[in-house]
Design a protein around this ligand. Structure first.
Ligand SMILES: Cc1ncc(COP(=O)(O)O)c(C=O)c1O
Length: 384
């Protein structure tokens, strides 16, 4: 039975259409969508779900147009949805570009129903209909979200260590539990190792923590300064890129670029050299220990979180920062920026953004660590 809906005015649609006519021929990008067809001007749709769409005035419609039949599965079909976590950044691919920047705690919504906050202008809100957002580092919360949405998810994507809110480590067993839960509900697990890959172990964090994702992504350290990205996974999944009627496309002008591939091969040879990772961990751990000692001695309320090649300093009263909400609520990022400005004056180059992290490379030495620790000691004086 069809219910008659109480329709609101289409004022906003009219305003947007007026605006569009100043820039586009007929105010649309196909004459079949313009006022020749829609007397009084087209309706500006904002989002869709299943068979329904909503316009920007809030009117709901049952869609029988379905993007000229392109939407054979309706709008935002659950099997085409992905889950991502609060505070994680996976590049500026529209559907994942939400809740990766800090915001005042009162804007975040509840843990059960996090507010969805786009990280960029220009992303239609309908894009996020395809994404379920969950808090990170809380296995029980993940289990609850998956019990509700697991059957609709294509994949769960996570950074193994949160590297875009400083350096936030997974709680013991969290990644393993995520692996089990995603397997149980039939969603793929995508491990975003763009930041962590090749830094903790030759096999990245997945080797270090002993988790086996379905798909992993790599960038940054793989290219040792050259522009490269890689997607890895078992043959059963990557075979879907083989040319066929139902393939997943991966065209790209610079795919497999020869010079870059040569650099990657050399980089991996260097990293395979004896004890490269032992050294990365030892130098990083020495820096962490040195900084902790400085803050203890100077009685500055700061923690140094992380281990080996990645760590971050948080000026906080807390013992640890476990997730996005902790970071937004409890970290004094302005004090950190002032501290880093002082370090810059002492010849230590680092970004004042607390959201990034300290990076140890194979060329850092114990003398560099010593210089950092001395500069940190100096920077602590007059810091309040
Ligand atoms: C965890 C993570 N994933 C993906 C990306 C995107 O990488 P790119 O900037 O090379 O596209 C970044 C970039 O910083 C990142 O931190």
């Amino acid at each position: 039975m069809v219910h008659t809906r109480q329709m609101r005015s289409r004022t906003r649609s009219h305003v947007w259409f007026e605006r569009a006519q100043q820039s586009l021929v007929e105010g649309v990008n196909s004459p079949s969508r313009g006022s020749a067809v829609y007397a009084g001007g087209p309706i500006v749709l904002e989002r869709g779900k299943g068979s329904r769409v909503w316009d920007i005035d809030g009117n709901e419609y049952i869609d029988f147009m379905m993007s000229f039949s392109a939407l054979i599965q309706g709008h935002a079909h659950p099997a085409l949805v992905l889950l991502k976590f609060e505070g994680h950044y996976h590049g500026w691919y529209d559907p994942f570009l939400l809740n990766a920047h800090t915001h005042p705690p009162e804007r975040l919504g509840s843990i059960e129903n996090p507010a969805r906050i786009p990280d960029s202008e220009g992303i239609p809100s309908s894009i996020f209909d395809d994404v379920v957002l969950a808090p990170w580092n809380d296995a029980d919360a993940l289990e609850r979200v998956l019990s509700q949405h697991g059957h609709e998810l294509a994949a769960v994507i996570t950074e193994p260590i949160m590297a875009n809110m400083g350096c936030i480590l997974p709680r013991d067993g969290y990644l393993q539990r995520m692996r089990d839960l995603t397997r149980d509900c039939g969603a793929l697990l995508i491990l975003d190792e763009v930041v962590t890959g090749f830094r903790y172990a030759p096999g990245g964090c997945q080797e270090y923590y002993g988790v086996e994702p379905d798909i992993s992504t790599f960038g940054k350290a793989l290219g040792a300064g050259f522009p490269v990205g890689a997607v890895a996974g078992p043959r059963s999944i990557l075979e879907r890129m083989r040319w066929s009627e139902k393939m997943v496309l991966h065209y790209g002008t610079f795919n497999g670029h020869r010079l870059t591939m040569k650099v990657v091969a050399t980089n991996l040879d260097l990293l395979s050299a004896q004890n490269a990772y032992g050294k990365l961990h030892a130098v990083g751990n020495a820096a962490i220990a040195g900084l902790r000692e400085v803050f203890r001695k100077r009685q500055v309320k700061a923690i140094v979180q992380g281990f080996g090649p990645m760590f971050q300093i948080y000026f906080t009263e807390r013992d640890a920062i476990h997730d996005y909400r902790d970071y937004c609520k409890f970290v004094d990022t302005k004090l950190y920026a002032r501290f880093v400005q002082k370090l810059l004056e002492c010849g230590i180059y680092m970004t004042p953004s607390n959201g990034l992290h300290w990076i140890i490379s194979t060329v850092h030495t114990s003398a560099d660590v010593q210089a950092l620790v001395e500069a940190a000691d100096q920077a602590c004086s007059g810091l309040s």
